[in-house]
Design a protein around this ligand. Structure first.
Ligand code: SF4
Length: 345
């Protein structure tokens, strides 16, 4: 039986322009599973992120999609060094974040921010909105004390909230307003790169579009670069320049947003896209829906070879033996599947 390794992965998939703000190379994030209270024994390893590589150029949005538990959020957090990656490189503005000491990482942190999925859980209920937003100003020593409330009011206005909301508490706001507060807090330090970790998943559909539009406007206004994580492919299409599809800790397909939606290659991407509703009833009626059977295998014991093989309708013998390479099919459309050239079969 042959197995491919991280080292065999070709060049880091990007758009080929070579001017990336962020380069993720062979990122691996494993968590040990232990048992016992006093003498903890290692009983397994969760392969949350396994050999993930991509680039994002300045001002770009890369959408990262996949089912719950596929490793999308872990990837985002490992990039921000909220988890210490097991191995791999995260090169931001030319510096490998995995090699920075805690002081250098603290200084770097202001350039990298995160917007969380649950705007309520991520805001301290005992702090006023003004204190929540001004806290990073204090931590990073960004704004003089007597100018902080002015800056808080400016930021609230920037995200479409009344500046006088600064004296209120998080429970006084709706979900959409709380997410706007979370976005204002992420903007405090004038970041270059933001991981938006399912920023609209907890919101009503009518509010989702408002938050996505706000993020797009802010990107234009401040030149932001996003890693936009979501499980809803229709949301990702709207905001992303390129989209990466993740399954069980690995990226299985990556392409420009229009290209991926018009011509998906990987069987998993095809199945995900077939479940996205189309607002035209005539098109929707004639469409074939691909139903994935079986559950996502455990990341503690992922299948050998192609990880999608236990649910794939096209599975072949080679799929059990060789982990397919992530190969460019032309024009920056990458796929990891033995149905296509360059898979290493
Ligand atoms: Fe299916 Fe094989 Fe392609 Fe995996 S490599 S997606 S099992 S055809």
């Amino acid at each position: 039986m042959t197995a491919t390794t991280a080292a065999e992965t070709p060049a880091t998939p990007g758009d080929g322009s070579g001017d990336a703000l962020l380069i993720v190379n062979n990122l691996i994030m494993h968590f040990q599973v232990t048992q016992g209270i006093i003498f903890q024994r290692k009983v397994g390893v969760v392969h949350a992120v396994d050999d993930v590589s991509f680039e994002i150029k300045p001002g770009e949005t890369l959408g990262l999609v996949g089912e719950s538990g596929c490793g999308k959020s872990t990837t985002g957090r490992a990039i921000l060094q909220l988890y210490s990656p097991t191995s791999g490189e995260v090169i931001f503005q030319g510096k490998d974040l995995t090699k920075l000491d805690s002081g250098d990482m603290r200084r770097m942190r202001r350039h990298l921010q995160i917007i969380f999925q649950d705007p309520y859980a991520s805001l301290n209920p005992r702090m006023t909105v003004g204190n929540i937003i001004s806290e990073p100003m204090q931590i990073h020593n960004l704004v003089a004390k007597n100018e902080r409330s002015q800056r808080v009011q400016e930021l609230l206005q920037t995200v479409g909230l009344n500046p006088y909301f600064a004296s209120r508490y998080p429970h006084e706001f709706s979900g959409g307003e709380r997410q706007r507060i979370g976005i204002a807090r992420a903007l405090v330090a004038n970041p270059d790169f933001i991981v938006a970790d399912e920023p609209v998943s907890a919101l009503d559909v009518s509010i989702q579009a408002q938050i996505v539009n706000l993020l797009e406007n802010l990107q234009e206004q401040f030149g932001l670069t996003y890693l936009f994580i979501a499980h809803d492919l229709s949301v990702v299409k709207h905001i992303s320049d390129r989209v990466a599809v993740m399954y069980l800790g690995k990226i299985v397909e990556m392409a420009g947003s229009n290209e991926l939606y018009a011509d998906p290659l990987h069987p998993y991407t095809k199945a995900l896209l077939s479940a996205v509703p189309i607002p035209d009833p005539l098109v929707e009626k004639g469409r074939e829906r691909i139903i994935l059977t079986g559950d996502v295998p455990s990341p503690i014991n992922p299948p050998c070879g192609c990880r999608f093989r236990t649910r794939c309708a096209y599975v072949m013998n080679v799929c059990k033996q060789i982990d397919p390479h992530f190969a460019d099919q032309g024009g920056g459309h990458f796929v990891a599947c033995h149905l296509y050239p360059g898979s290493g079969a």
